[in-house]
Design a protein around this ligand. Structure first.
Ligand SMILES: [Ca+2]
Ligand SMILES: [Ca+2]
Ligand SMILES: [Ca+2]
Length: 304
């Protein structure tokens, strides 16, 4: 009678332990990324007095003028910008960078502009809460753009029986909102340092996720940028080849313009996304942990 009771108790403990371990799956540990919130370089308050309104003939030209005051086309930290206009390597492609999320109000006889900050942007307590942008301008500086990307190798390395996740807050720009044919792709991979490879060619994707414009709320023709939403790409340990264990974990943010679309039609396709708060995390493989826990409890039982 007593031993049956004890057995039931042990089974309850087993179930509880497995549930606990399964619950632990969500307790991911973060792996540091540099300039993950795109706060570097810090962009000061825009001096709207620098805009020469005698040269501004349209709302679009005014958008460009404001954009120049509130953005920088380079990053602090170790993000590497790549794209055809930069010959696949650093220095910057000028299609990616950071911008301050500052409110803009312009009242002239010809222009009335009010730009409200995007809500919920992550900051560092210094100046404005900044974001990154990526613009797959199909024809930048007279050079055909098939893609634009940034990537970074984190301080973490791939370990056995670990899953990984890369999360990015993403929104659609109101200036050149992207079309669905040019999705934003977020990816986890590694950098292949084989001689001869450079820029984007070095990034080898292991898991990727496409985010299309129509997933992001207000699109082309609307008055403002869409709010940011979190998107996560997950890399399963089963998709990490044994020879990659110990190799640095890298992440990529990328926009591709489909190369099979005629040049004259591409102007409707390339577009701009806003993003912020890049987060890389490692998650202990839940199945192996649960098996370990069960094995441990069974071992205890046998010793009794
Ligand atoms: Ca930020
Ligand atoms: Ca800041
Ligand atoms: Ca797994």
């Amino acid at each position: 009678m007593f031993s049956m009771f004890k057995k039931a108790r042990t089974q309850q403990a087993l179930v509880a332990a497995v549930c606990l371990v399964a619950g632990a799956e969500v307790s991911a540990q973060s792996i540091a990324l540099q300039n993950a919130s795109f706060e570097d370089p810090d962009i000061p308050q825009a001096n709207l007095g620098l805009i020469d309104f005698t040269q501004i003939n349209s709302q679009l030209e005014l958008q460009f003028a404001i954009g120049r005051l509130i953005s920088r086309d380079f990053f602090g930290g170790s993000w590497v910008q790549t794209g055809p206009t930069s010959n696949f390597t650093n220095p910057p492609s000028q299609q990616t960078g950071v911008f301050s999320n500052q409110p803009i109000v312009i009242n002239t006889p010809d222009f009335n502009v009010q730009i409200d900050p995007i809500q919920g942007v992550d900051g560092d307590g210094i100046g404005f809460d900044q974001l990154g942008f990526i613009l797959a301008d199909p024809l930048a500086d007279g050079v055909l753009n098939d893609f634009v990307s940034i990537h970074q190798e984190s301080a973490g390395v791939f370990e056995a029986q670990k899953d990984y996740s890369f999360t990015l807050a993403v929104g659609l720009s109101s200036v050149f909102p992207a079309g669905d044919d040019a999705p934003l792709r977020i990816a986890i991979g590694y950098l292949d340092d084989t001689p001869g490879l450079e820029g984007s060619e070095m990034f080898q994707e292991l898991a990727g996720l496409d985010i299309i414009a129509s997933q992001l709320g207000p699109g082309a023709g609307t008055s403002g940028p869409s709010p940011l939403s979190d998107f996560t790409v997950e890399l399963d340990d089963l998709d990490i080849a044994p020879e990659l264990l110990g190799k640095g974990i890298a992440v990529e943010i990328r926009v591709d313009v489909p190369s099979d679309i005629p040049v004259q039609d591409r102007f409707n396709i390339g577009g701009s996304f806003n993003y912020d708060n890049a987060r890389l995390a490692v998650v202990p493989e839940p199945t192996s942990l649960a098996l370990l826990a069960v094995g441990g409890l069974l071992g205890l039982r046998r010793r009794r």
